[in-house]
Design a protein around this ligand. Structure first.
Ligand SMILES: Cc1cc2nc3c(=O)[nH]c(=O)nc-3n(C[C@H](O)[C@H](O)[C@H](O)COP(=O)(O)OP(=O)(O)OC[C@H]3O[C@@H](n4cnc5c(N)ncnc54)[C@H](O)[C@@H]3O)c2cc1C
Length: 391
């Protein structure tokens, strides 16, 4: 049973806090925003329904270059220079031009939070928003700058909600039994899932074994348990979620959306951690510019919305491949495709293109940086100062 660290009962007092930036969600996207604002002088309040790092949300696989660029290497658990890809007819080893790593979720979140300087954190469940006021189970909070980093539900949107299975969402489920392995393995095999893939990601002393379906109506529990059984590990430590596979507007009605809430998870691969960090940093940089007086909030909304939207073609392309794979599985075409990627040249080209969608070089490219050394306090422009209040 997971140990619940979140405040309960009498500890869940009414929140009373002024802030300039209200970041809702304290996972990859939200923590990246907060870290980017360190030293900006903004009063940053981060909310999540759980304590930071309490609930792992993924298999925690990421290009190693992202851990290095963000100085998060201490959370790394295991590194892989190749991907082992199984189809019903063949097992291929894809030589990667750069490595993937698995990391420890709790440790990575703690490292990111350490970089967030004077930002404050509270556990609260966010339920909705009216204008610049966010409703939580601990009262209402208002702020001139609001970020929704709450994941696929996009809680702070007031647009017509689309619920699964009709929404553009994939579904993923995995187990985290104790165990060890040498390879990062994928299965493209209809025995487990008709359109999607299965995986086993070793993380030193734990395996993360799961199944993801591009078709939301297809259930993944039975194949997850079966795959774990075939790998000789227990189906324990479940975690699962919906995974957005279509980009959505990154701004709406004065609010910034980052990570899964903006559909920033990559279609086809369901890789959403580095993109949550990437767009979280981009969002944080825009907010920082508002705090310093270099931009108005409206300019920042336009700048961030445009930055996110500029990635649409690449996201659409990946979605087209995802749909095509959904059609051809389990034909011979998949086996040919998987075999073709044994070519070092093809793999290098394809994976370099793929990394370039959200490259680690972006981390060092902006003004804010992610380091705790960014401590210079700046005056908050009167246009946003003082307008933050609590009910
Ligand atoms: C089974 C599975 C395995 C995956 N494996 C990988 C992988 O190996 N690599 C990879 O790159 N991607 C992976 N993904 C995708 C990845 O998990 C997401 O894309 C990523 O977590 C998005 O980060 P985020 O910060 O936007 O949202 P999330 O990580 O979903 O974080 C949202 C945060 O908001 C909080 N929250 C949500 N609702 C509320 C509320 N109402 N009130 C308060 N707080 C709230 C949550 O507690 C959470 O902390 C996987 C997904 C699944 C389902």
């Amino acid at each position: 049973m997971p140990v619940r660290a979140t405040k309960r009962g009498a500890d869940r007092t009414r929140l009373q806090r002024d802030c300039d930036v209200l970041v809702c969600g304290a996972s990859f996207a939200g923590l990246a925003v907060a870290a980017e604002l360190a030293g900006s002088g903004a009063r940053v309040l981060v909310l999540d329904r759980y304590e930071i790092g309490e609930r792992q949300t993924s298999a925690c696989g990421i290009p190693t270059g992202w851990l290095a660029a963000m100085d998060l290497g201490a959370s790394e658990r295991q590194r892989f220079d190749e991907l082992v890809v199984h189809t019903p007819r063949r097992t291929a080893r894809w030589p990667l031009p750069w490595s993937f790593s698995t990391f420890d979720y709790r440790e990575l979140c703690a490292l990111l939070w350490e970089r967030s300087g004077d930002a404050e954190f509270e556990t609260a469940t966010v339920t909705g928003r009216t204008g610049q006021t966010v409703t939580t189970d601990r009262g209402e909070l208002s702020a001139p700058l609001i970020v929704d980093a709450l994941g696929w539900r996009r809680v702070l949107s007031n647009a017509e909600p689309i619920q699964p299975p009709n929404a553009r969402l994939s579904r993923g489920l995995e187990v985290h039994p104790p165990g060890a392995g040498r390879d990062m393995e994928l299965w493209i095999d209809a025995r487990y899932v008709r359109a999607g893939y299965s995986w086993s990601f070793p993380a030193h002393d734990e395996l993360r074994v799961g199944v993801g379906s591009f078709w939301p109506s297809h259930h993944v529990k039975e194949p997850t348990v079966r795959l774990a059984g075939e790998l000789g590990v227990a189906a324990t430590g479940y975690q699962g979620n919906w995974i957005p596979h279509q980009l959505r507007d990154a701004t709406e009605d004065g609010v910034f959306f980052a990570g899964d809430s903006a559909g920033h998870c990559l279609p086809l691969t369901a890789e959403g951690i580095r993109t949550a960090l990437y767009f979280g940093i981009a969002c944080g940089r825009e907010l920082r510019a508002v705090v310093s007086g270099a931009r108005t909030r409206e300019q920042a909304l336009r700048g961030y919305g445009g930055f996110s939207g500029a990635h649409e073609r690449k996201f659409r392309w990946l979605l087209a491949v995802q749909r095509a794979i959904g059609q051809i599985t389990p034909s011979r075409a998949v086996t040919h495709f998987v075999r073709a990627f044994e070519s070092r040249r093809l793999t290098a080209w394809a994976f370099d293109q793929y990394l370039a969608i959200a490259p680690p070089s972006y981390v060092g490219a902006g003004p804010g940086g992610n380091s705790a050394s960014a401590t210079a306090s700046r005056r908050i422009p009167s246009s946003i100062a003082g307008s933050a209040r609590l009910a």
